[in-house]
Design a protein around this ligand. Structure first.
Ligand code: FAD
Length: 512
């Protein structure tokens, strides 16, 4: 089939790779000039690194280079994804610098995709346009006056060089990982650096108590099980029943360690609530050098405050805060989140996509209900986003081949509604319109593979209860699915497909 993929971030790349391997004719469109999505040179800000450690942020059949640090920086991650695209021939089907402006489903069920370059028709459409790709910058009153006085207001993703902050008064808005990441390099060159934090969040140290890598606690199946999921299985029944006290103390003890480790009481930066609440915000890994910068006086955190307006005084740009404080502000960098949207889809399709709260209604985070031929990938942002995207790609390939036995429409709808209602409660609605599945990353992998009757060996899965999830353990899943599809149909001839050299070995690791 001819399949269009919108987006060349990790979700688009892995979708294209699996679909090429399944013998389809694929085109990947991206408006950026390079692959990698959020890691593109056009989007990354100084100081950006992964939150997940490198093994956990890897694709199953393409390990990160050995010389990469434990938390690779943005340039390294972009180069890693570009190398993946080359390794699997996805680079040959890329259409970079090409924005999709509309994608319409015709009466024949085919998709007409219009881009800034031309129009083409496809049999299937995969939307992988990223849920943390379009920044959301608050509309502050007074921005014209502020800009006329030389002030600059921009999104973190449009701030690429810390030198832009040299000798300036800089305000960073937000307290998530991006805000803290960008603050550290800024604070090394700026005249002053203030962080405007509407709400403090719990931060997990990369090395808990300076010793234990956080992945040992949170990037394991045990770590995921510390948070109550919609349906409880096995050990989870114990942890959320008789073992509840133990579970809570395990989780909240990380909070106490973080308070001690960073001297948060002295800095007046202890967040309200408990560490357990990390699930309600963006998971925050502490940025190296952030609290140290606060202690050294290079960084001032204005907690529980927002910017109420921007203005000019004596021809100089200023910002007013909600407590009435007025700060000089040559540069305001907003790390205030992202918008999720699909502006290129027609209204009738969009109406089917959203519930009344504006959440994406996607079965398994992949399949919209009642829009044949359309799939989503990357709408499963997790602690292991590449792995979740890759498993979704396998699901898509299987469904296109008619090899997923789906429940009827009403059952799927009920499942989506239940899942969204659960996530509303579990995350206090912090699930980015149904697109973020943290902290239930592996539940999603299990459900997706469950539909395909594929999984890794129980013994290997069990090892992930106490050891960090190893995406490489899943490297046999795609070959297993491809073998199944090949057995059902004549071998594909449309593309020359290179399988990973580890295929034979990895196939032995897959059950089902
Ligand atoms: C700073 C940052 C750090 C992160 N760290 C982690 C981490 O440590 N661990 C983790 O698991 N996740 C992390 N994430 C989540 C991250 O979003 C995913 O890991 C992953 O990179 C998302 O990939 P994606 O392909 O879904 O989307 P994106 O990477 O956003 O790619 C989407 C692509 O679609 C393109 N596009 C959009 N609209 C159009 C259009 N109309 N036409 C053509 N092209 C279009 C965009 O240009 C973009 O290149 C992080 C996110 C951010 C922002």
């Amino acid at each position: 089939m001819r399949i269009a993929v919108i987006g060349a971030g990790v979700a688009g790349l892995t979708t294209a790779k699996v679909l090429l391997q399944a013998g389809h004719d694929v085109a990947v469109f991206d408006k950026a000039p390079d692959v990698g999505g959020v890691w593109s040179a056009t989007r990354r800000y100084p100081g950006v690194t992964t939150q997940s450690s490198k093994a956990q942020y890897s694709l199953s059949d393409f390990p990160m280079p050995k010389d990469y640090p434990e938390w690779p920086n943005g340039k390294q991650v972009q180069e890693y994804f570009a190398a993946y695209a080359t390794e699997y021939g996805v680079d040959r089907v890329l259409r970079l610098n090409t924005e999709v402006t509309s994608a319409r489903r015709g009466v024949d069920g085919r998709w007409t995709v219009a881009t800034t370059v031309g129009t083409e028709v496809f049999d299937r459409l995969v939307v992988a346009n990223g849920v943390f790709c379009e920044p959301l910058v608050p509309a502050y009153p007074g921005v014209e006056e502020f800009t006329a006085a030389g002030g600059k207001l921009l999104a973190g993703t449009d701030f690429h060089d810390a030198e832009e902050a040299r000798d300036k008064h800089v305000l960073v808005v937000g307290y998530g990982k991006s805000a803290c990441d960008v603050t550290v390099p800024v604070s090394e060159v700026a005249a002053s650096t203030d962080v405007i934090a509407r709400q403090l969040l719990w931060k997990v140290p990369r090395k808990i108590a300076g010793v234990v890598n956080f992945k040992m606690l949170l990037l394991t199946r045990m770590g995921e099980a510390l948070f109550r999921y919609l349906r409880l299985r096995g050990v989870e029944k114990f942890l959320h029943g008789p073992g509840n006290g133990l579970r809570r103390s395990m989780l909240n003890s990380v909070g106490s360690v973080s308070v001690r480790q960073y001297g948060l009481k002295k800095l007046d930066l202890v967040p309200s609530g408990h560490m357990e609440d990390i699930v309600k915000g963006a998971i925050g890994l502490a940025t190296e050098g952030f609290f140290e910068g606060v202690e050294a006086g290079r960084i001032t955190v204005r907690r529980d405050r927002t910017i109420t307006r921007l203005f000019a005084r004596d021809g100089k740009p200023f910002a007013e805060l909600s407590d009435g404080a007025e700060l000089p502000a040559d540069l305001v960098v907003c790390a205030t989140g992202f918008t999720q949207g699909v502006p290129f889809l027609a209204d009738d399709v969009r109406r089917k996509l959203f519930d009344e709260s504006g959440n994406f209604m996607l079965y398994r985070q992949i399949l919209p209900l009642g829009v044949p031929g359309l799939y989503f990938n990357g709408y499963n942002s997790s602690f292991f986003s590449p792995l979740n995207a890759e498993m979704a790609a396998v699901w898509i390939a299987a469904d296109i081949a008619g090899s997923v036995s789906l429940p009827d429409h009403d059952s799927m709808r009920r499942a989506v509604v239940d899942q969204l209602a659960f996530m509303d409660t579990a995350t206090d609605r912090h699930h980015c319109r149904g697109t973020k599945i943290i902290p239930f990353s592996m539940h999603n992998v299990d459900e997706v593979l469950g539909d395909l009757d594929l999984d890794i060996k129980a013994r290997v899965r069990a090892s992930h209860w106490l050891n960090p999830i190893d995406p490489a353990a899943y490297r046999g899943v795609t070959p297993a699915l491809l073998a199944r599809l090949a057995a059902a149909e004549p071998a594909p001839t449309a593309q020359v497909v290179r399988l990973s050299p580890v295929v034979e070995e990895s196939e032995r690791n897959v059950a089902g």
